[in-house]
Design a protein around this ligand. Structure first.
Ligand code: FES
Ligand SMILES: [Fe+2]
Length: 462
C-alpha cells in the first residue's frame, strides 16, 4: 500500500508488541491509577510552521504574551537555605533576585536599579542588602528602599515609589517558581495533577546532586522537544534498544500544562527480534547504563524462567532501600526502572519515579537561535540527615562535550547524541522549502500539546 493510501489513524494506532497496559498487568505491586489510566487525546494532524522556531517576530510574541504569564522554575530550595541567600534567575529578557527572607519565605525582585537601570547583581550568593555598583542606590532584601546617596537631589522620589518591583512566588516539591504577571492560576492549579502524582516520589526530600548546563545552538522549543518523545532512540541512541521499550512508550496529557512519557526499561525494544535475545542480555546491557540503581560493578543474574524486568525491579527495590535508608517495599516495578519524563509548560521537566530523578530546564539564551539546557540529578537525603550542599552548575563551554561532565556518568554520552542533532535541526528549519514540520499522531502528541498551549497563551495575552 502506498503511504498516501494508508488509513488515517487519528491517533489510534500503536506500535505492536509489549505495550504499557501489559506491563501494568504484570506489575508485582498495585500501581497507582495515574500509571494505569490512558490519558492520550488526539489533537489533529496538521503540520506546524517551521517559523515558530526561527522567526524573531515569533520569539518576540513569546516574550510579550507567554513568558510573563507562566510559572517558571527559578530555583531549588537547597540553593538558598539561609536568610539573605539570593539566586539570580534570568530568562526571556528579565532578571530576578530570588531572595530568602528572615521568616523563611521567598520573594523575587526585578534585578534592575530604579535609578538609571544598572543590574543590581550579576550572580547568586548572599547579601545583606542590594547596593547598586553605579551610584549606590541601596535596597533592603525585602525590596524596600534603604538609601539614596545625595538624597537632597531626589526629593521627587518617595520610599514607596522606590520599592523594587516584584514577581509572584510559588513553591512546591523543593522547587521555587516565579510568575511575572499578577493574578492567573495559583501554582497548585497550574501544576495539577503533577503534585498528586509526585506525592509518592517526594522531590522535597531531594537535593541537587549533579547540575550541568550548556548552551545549545538551537531554538529552546526544538531543544526541549528532543526530550518529549522516546522514538528517536532507534536512530539516535541505538545502543539503548536492548533494554528500552522506546516505541512502547505511553504518552499522557493532562489539561494545558502537564504531560508525561512513560518509557519502560528492562524490556527489549520492539525494533529488535524478540526471540533472538536472552533475558540475561537485557540486564547486561541495562547495567552498562547503571540499571537505574547505580553501581558500575553490579552483577545481576536472571534466575531461570524469570523476566529481566521483574528481576531487575526486585534488585532495584532492595538496592534503593539499602542505598537510601528509605523503605521501597511498596514501589512498583515501573517506579524503580522506567523513565517517567514529565513536562510542565513551558520549560520544566522533572522525572517521576524513585530517584535518581533527572530534571531538565530550557531557556532561550538569549534569543530564538540558542538555548541554555540544564540537567540536574536529584538524590534523596537519608532519613533524619540534613540535606548535603547542592552541586553548583557545571557550565560547559561551547567546545566541551557533555561527556566532559563526568558526574553525569553514562548519561553524558546519551546527551551528546541528542545534542549532535540540534544545531542541524535549527539550520534545517531555516532552510526549509515548505516551511512545515510534521508530527506523529501518538508518539509526538506531547509536542503538539505543547504548541496548542503556546498558541492559547499567544492568543489570550497577545
Ligand atoms: S544606576 Fe543604580 S545607583 Fe545609579
Ligand atoms: Fe534522546
Amino acid at each position: 500500500m502506498a503511504v498516501d493510501d494508508m488509513p488515517r489513524a487519528g491517533g489510534q494506532a500503536r506500535c505492536p508488541g509489549t505495550n504499557w497496559d501489559d506491563l501494568m498487568a504484570a506489575e508485582s505491586r498495585t500501581p497507582p491509577d495515574f500509571l494505569v489510566k490512558d490519558a492520550y487525546e488526539y489533537m489533529g494532524s496538521a503540520p506546524l510552521a517551521a517559523a515558530r522556531y526561527t522567526s524573531p517576530e515569533f520569539f518576540a510574541r513569546e516574550r510579550a504574551a507567554m513568558w510573563p504569564n507562566v510559572w517558571q522554575f527559578a530555583a531549588r530550595e537547597e540553593e538558598m537555605p539561609e536568610p539573605g541567600d539570593v539566586v539570580l534567575y534570568e530568562n526571556a529578557g528579565r532578571s530576578y533576585l530570588v531572595t530568602r527572607q528572615p521568616d523563611g519565605s521567598v520573594r523575587a525582585f526585578h534585578n534592575v536599579c530604579l535609578h538609571r537601570g544598572r543590574k543590581l547583581r550579576l550572580d547568586s550568593g548572599w547579601s545583606k542588602e542590594f547596593k547598586c555598583p553605579f551610584h549606590g542606590f541601596t535596597w533592603n532584601t525585602d525590596g524596600s528602599l534603604k538609601d539614596i546617596p545625595c538624597r537632597w537631589d531626589f526629593g521627587h522620589l518617595s520610599d514607596s515609589s522606590m520599592q523594587l518591583p516584584e514577581a509572584q512566588i510559588g513553591r512546591w516539591g523543593g522547587y521555587i517558581f516565579l510568575k511575572e504577571a499578577e493574578g492567573g492560576p495559583t501554582l497548585e492549579e497550574y501544576l495539577a495533577p503533577l503534585p498528586e502524582h509526585f506525592k509518592r516520589w517526594k522531590h522535597e526530600d531531594c537535593y541537587t546532586a549533579v547540575w550541568v548546563g550548556k548552551v545549545i545552538r538551537a531554538n529552546w522549543k526544538a531543544t526541549a522537544e528532543a526530550f518529549m518523545e522516546a522514538w528517536h532512540s532507534v536512530i539516535t541512541h541505538p545502543q539503548i534498544l536492548p533494554f528500552t521499550g522506546d516505541a512502547n512508550t505511553r504518552y499522557n496529557v493532562y489539561g494545558d500544562h502537564v504531560n508525561v512519557a512513560l518509557t519502560p526499561f528492562a524490556v527489549l525494544s520492539p525494533h529488535l527480534d524478540q526471540a533472538a535475545h536472552s533475558q540475561q542480555w537485557i540486564i547486561d546491557e541495562f547495567l552498562k547504563y547503571n540499571g537505574r540503581a547505580g553501581g558500575a560493578d553490579l552483577k545481576v543474574e536472571v534466575p531461570e524462567g524469570a523476566s529481566a524486568r521483574a528481576h531487575m525491579a526486585a534488585v532495584n527495590r532492595e538496592r534503593y532501600t539499602q542505598n537510601t535508608g528509605h523503605d521501597h517495599s511498596h514501589a512498583t516495578d515501573a517506579e524503580l526502572l522506567d523513565a517517567f519524563t514529565y513536562n510542565v509548560f513551558p520549560n520544566f521537566a522533572p522525572w517521576g519515579g524513585f530517584m535518581p530523578n533527572i530534571v531538565y530546564r530550557w531557556r532561550p539564551w538569549p534569543d530564538q537561535d540558542s538555548t541554555l539546557m540544564e540537567v540536574r540529578l536529584l538524590m534523596r537525603a537519608p532519613p533524619g540527615a540534613p540535606k548535603p550542599k547542592p552541586a553548583p552548575m557545571n557550565f560547559l563551554a561551547d567546545d566541551q562535550p557533555w561527556t566532559a561532565a563526568t558526574e553525569l556518568g553514562a548519561l553524558g554520552h546519551i546527551f551528546e547524541q541528542d545534542m549532535a542533532n540540534l544545531p542541524f535541526v535549527q539550520d534545517g528549519l531555516k532552510a526549509s522549502k515548505n516551511g512545515e514540520v510534521h508530527l506523529g499522531d501518538y508518539q509526538e502528541i506531547r509536542i503538539r500539546h505543547f504548541h496548542r498551549t503556546l498558541d492559547r497563551y499567544l492568543e489570550r495575552f497577545g
